[in-house]
Design a protein around this ligand. Structure first.
Ligand code: GLN
Length: 237
């Protein structure tokens, strides 16, 4: 059993340990008896047509500007894959660009591809620290945010969860992240999958069911993840 994982724009969009999500997903897949193959897709690279999972990270505004045009060129394909139910995980800067637009602090607008029904506008305040989110599907999600973009959800996307600690999408409505079918967008960086094996298992299960029609998970020892979750919860910043 094999899974092809695309790491989207690792050269330009990879900050605050976002690579941790990829490493964690690869380790988790192996622990379930799956052979993962990682394909890095940077600006100009082809997207393999047999991709099973797409994950991408955050970046500074300059990184977002570097990938924006290339991403727009892939918009129809990525929206199609999301509509078909491909599992995806997009963090922070790419989460914003998988929405309709990101308006930067200097008021320039970076257009996005609209996989998520969200809009983001840079605010004056940076939202930094450990975050605790309550989610119906994954239980309590623990992560770390660092962004100035304020994201507002439209009617077509549901939030990933409700913020119990930290800011999440913005400082006002108490939501964090967005879901469109099996695509997950979130502000929580590279410790998201290491601290939340339930989300890795979701991405892997959906990918396996799409590819092989079934998935039998193995029992995996989550002691280290549980320890990291407990320690992050004790330190809000
Ligand atoms: N530049 C964006 C913001 O600050 C994204 C930052 C990030 O990916 N951490 O909102």
């Amino acid at each position: 059993m094999e899974l092809k994982i695309v790491s989207l724009y690792p050269r330009d969009m990879n900050i605050y340990g976002d690579r941790g999500n990829l490493l964690s997903l690869v380790r988790r897949a192996r622990a379930h008896g799956i052979t993962p193959e990682v394909v890095e897709v940077n600006v100009g690279d082809p997207l393999p047509d047999d991709v099973d999972i797409i994950i991408g990270g955050g970046g500074q505004d300059s990184g977002q500007e570097r990938v924006a045009r290339d991403l727009l060129g892939r918009g129809a394909e990525l929206r199609g894959l999301a509509e078909e139910g491909l599992p995806m995980l997009l963090i922070c800067g790419l989460y914003q660009l998988f929405g309709h637009r990101f308006v930067t602090g200097s008021s320039s607008e970076i257009p996005g591809i609209g996989v998520f029904d969200i809009e983001t506008r840079a605010g004056s305040e940076r939202m930094i620290g450990n975050v605790v989110v309550d989610s119906e599907e994954f239980g309590q999600i623990i992560g770390y945010e660092n962004h100035s973009g304020n994201t507002v959800l439209g009617d077509e996307s549901v939030p990933l969860g409700k913020v119990l600690q930290g800011s999440g999408n913005n400082t006002v409505d108490g939501t964090e992240g967005a879901r469109t079918r099996n695509a997950i967008g979130s502000y929580l960086h590279g410790s998201l999958l290491p601290k939340n094996p339930a989300i890795s298992d979701f991405l892997i299960r959906v990918a396996m069911e799409r590819k092989y029609g079934a998935f039998t998970p193995r029992e995996i020892d989550d002691t280290v993840a549980l320890r990291a979750r407990a320690s992050a919860k004790k330190r809000p910043r």
